[in-house]
Ligand binder design. Structure first.
Ligand code: SD4
Length: 343
């Protein structure tokens, strides 16, 4: 289980001058990286995922390979919200969503996928081996097995099993409150939260390689105890992830329904195309969600994380608490994003 409050303090200037931080440690904002490669990813788990990506990027490898390998670290970990260790849907099945996109605008996606350890790799196969972008449910699983992926046992993780049993006691279905700090307000508190921990953490990752090419990936179990068949933004190209190699890339996390309705990641990239820096672009779309959702916006979390072609990273969230991890040649840090609501 990750601890979101452990922010690694970043120094004001990278010691080798590779990264210029325009922010006070842990206070959020825009980060300029002079030099490539670089990788950024959502939430605290991004720190470990970035290390996985760096095994490729650090050797001059391709961003696409890096963003696949990076998020595989999270998929394989015993995480509440990514990979087979995640919480199940309300019927007791873990269903996974993932997508990937490269510098040529090739993209692949899987959704509602069961019993496969690395949905991100199946998404990549969809991209590379089929004429399609998206496969779902049993069809996606059938494709994965045909491609040689192991069909894992249908079994909840040791953490998810008691969480599900706890949920079953009430079996009360409410709209999932994703990434909202648990104050005892609903069934979506898979672990014993209430101490500043959060109830979800999708991983979205964006990287730029030494060639200056961009790729991105996003993988999740969606929401714990969700309605069976529910999809969020994460497997949807343009919502949970978008890459335009001329401009930049963006990934989203939080309440997927509200990311989809503004075509979130695509909208952020289009604002960067118009000249906005990543943080400003993320902020505009967060403000749009706040405008559209009004009162509801007070109770949901959404965050965007973007990187532009100049190597500037930025993020913005609806509420405080969103962190993102960044890794470049000399910098490895967790940054707290700014937010629309201040507390
Ligand atoms: C979803 N956006 O399925 C995902 C959830 C998420 O951190 O990002 N959780 O709606």
């Amino acid at each position: 289980m990750v601890h979101r409050r452990k922010f690694i303090q970043s120094s004001a200037l990278g010691s080798l001058g590779v990264l210029f931080s325009k922010i006070a440690a842990g206070s959020g904002g825009t980060v300029s990286i002079k030099g490539k490669p670089v990788v950024i990813s959502t939430w605290d788990a991004g720190l470990e995922a970035n290390k996985g990506a760096w095994e490729i990027l650090g050797k001059g490898g391709r961003a696409l390979d890096a963003v696949e390998k990076g998020v595989m670290v999270t998929e394989a970990s015993q995480n509440c919200c990514v990979g087979l260790g995640a919480n199940p849907d309300r019927d007791g099945y873990v269903t996974l969503d993932a997508c990937i996109m490269d510098e040529f605008s090739n993209c692949g996606s899987v959704a509602f996928l069961e019993r496969i350890k690395h949905p991100i790799s199946v998404a990549r196969r969809v991209m590379e081996k089929t004429p399609h972008v998206m496969l779902v449910g049993s069809g996606a699983q059938q494709f994965a097995v045909a491609e040689g992926f192991t069909l894992e046992e249908q079994k909840l993780s040791p953490e998810a099993q008691p969480a599900y049993e706890e949920w079953l006691k009430k079996s009360e279905y409410k709209s999932p409150l994703i990434n909202v700090e648990n104050k005892g307000h609903g069934p979506f508190a898979p672990y014993k939260l209430g101490n500043g921990e959060w109830n979800h953490d999708t991983i979205g990752m964006v990287a730029m390689d030494t060639f200056g090419n961009l790729s991105g990936s996003c993988t999740t179990s969606g929401a714990g105890f969700k309605m069976r068949g529910r999809l969020g933004d994460s497997p949807i190209i343009g919502a949970g992830l978008f890459v335009d190699n001329e401009v930049g890339a963006c990934t989203a996390t939080g309440q997927g329904e509200d990311v989809i309705r503004v075509a979130g990641s695509h909208s952020v990239v289009e604002l960067m195309r118009q000249g906005l820096n990543p943080e400003a672009a993320c902020k505009k779309i967060i403000e749009r969600i706040a405008r559209i959702k009004k009162e509801k916006a007070k109770n949901i979390q959404v965050a965007f994380l973007a990187l532009n072609k100049q190597g500037i990273a930025g993020a913005y969230a609806l509420h405080p608490g969103f962190s993102y991890a960044i890794k470049s040649g000399t910098k490895e840090t967790l940054i707290k994003a700014k937010s629309y609501f201040k507390s």
